[in-house]
Design a protein around this ligand. Structure first.
Ligand code: GTQ
Length: 345
């Protein structure tokens, strides 16, 4: 009995002395540093749009878009309180632009996606081109491009922001710059990028100048057409439903370099088999009704609800009515690094 406590005491004393040299034993930490499989970061959670919408709209009574620079309520994972993160690697927020407002131009190393929730015809201007936004549109703000947002319509616009803020923070490679003017100059007409690059054609001799898709607004009208055409022609995948990824037409890869974006349709009455992947995923309800079941919880998905599922937690999706879901995750980054895994259960 006495040898073991001595050993433990001697070890603890050694660890204490090693600590004075800023040294730590790996063997007490190895299993948690290098676990057999991922330890989910954060918890599954649902933000019901009906519950959060009043807060988003109230934010306009407290601050203007100009003063705030970006008037956003962050969707913070309850298991990562204080982190400004919705997952281990990604950020989410609901941004509000009121009629007549401009959110002033800036640029940063973080990449952003917008997924439009409500409102019609407000705009974002990215790298010299304005695009008018409609619900369900997926819009890209590539790293280090000037962007400002404005609303010349008569109603508020709300969209979901998805950014790779924690990824940039991991690499400590965050830079930002404010434009000297509220609005950065426009150098191309609205709709130019979609017409030029989003029609199954590319200008001969064109070379990509960015890691992002040159199509920076994927309008929902077109996405929806593709999704429902797919669904008419084939049976849904048992684990995924009818799942499409947004692609960069220049190379067939993902639309953004760090954030993978997808949209899916689950036909009425369809339920997926359990599935998990190593990328924590943010889902947004677009149309229809259903739920996501994870860890004994049933998280309803109605239009504009946001649901987060930490990586490697098995989940199923259930459609009560034809259910359209947008989703984003760090899958593209994990794939590039050789980390990404999925499991069909
Ligand atoms: O619209 O540029 O939600 O810079 C967070 C940081 C949105 C934006 C956010 C940002 C933006």
């Amino acid at each position: 009995m006495s040898a073991v406590p001595d050993l433990q005491q001697q070890r603890q004393a050694f660890y204490g002395r090693a600590d004075t040299q800023h040294l730590a034993p790996l063997w007490t930490r190895l299993k948690s540093l290098v676990p057999a499989e991922p330890t989910p970061a954060g918890v599954p959670h649902r933000w019901a749009y009906a519950e959060v919408r009043p807060y988003v709209l109230e934010s306009a009574q407290h601050i203007s878009a100009k003063e705030a620079e970006r008037r956003v309520l962050i969707l913070e994972n309850p298991g990562l309180h204080g982190s400004s993160q919705i997952t281990n690697s990604l950020y989410a927020g609901l941004q509000l632009i009121m009629p007549g407002e401009v959110a002033p131009a800036h640029r940063h190393t973080q990449s952003a996606l917008r997924f439009v929730i409500e409102g019609h015809g407000a705009y974002t201007a990215v790298d010299g081109e304005k695009t008018l936004m409609e619900p369900g549109d997926f819009v890209i703000t590539p790293s280090w491009t000037w962007h400002h947002h404005g609303n010349e319509s008569t109603a508020p616009m709300v969209w979901l922001d998805g950014l790779d803020i924690p990824i940039c923070a991991l690499f400590a490679s965050t830079f930002r710059e404010d434009h000297h003017a509220d609005e950065a100059p426009l150098t191309r007409p609205a709709g130019d990028a979609l017409a030029r690059y989003g029609s199954g054609l590319l200008p001969v001799g064109w070379q990509p100048g960015s890691l992002n898709s040159p199509v920076f607004n994927y309008p929902y009208a077109r996405t929806r057409e593709a999704l429902f055409a797919l669904a008419r022609g084939a049976a849904p995948d048992a684990h995924l439903g009818h799942l499409l990824r947004y692609v960069n037409p220049a190379d067939g890869g993902w639309a953004m370099p760090t954030i993978a974006t997808m949209i899916r349709l689950l036909p009425q009455g369809f339920a997926t088999l359990p599935y998990r992947s190593s990328d924590s995923t943010v889902f947004v309800g677009v149309e229809g009704r259903g739920e996501l079941r994870v860890a004994g919880q049933r998280l309803a998905l109605t239009p504009h609800d946001v649901v987060v599922v930490p990586g490697w937690m098995p989940y199923t999706l259930h459609a009560d009515a034809d259910l359209v879901l947008f989703s984003y995750s760090d899958r593209v980054a994990q794939e590039k690094l050789g980390f990404w895994r999925e499991q069909r259960l």
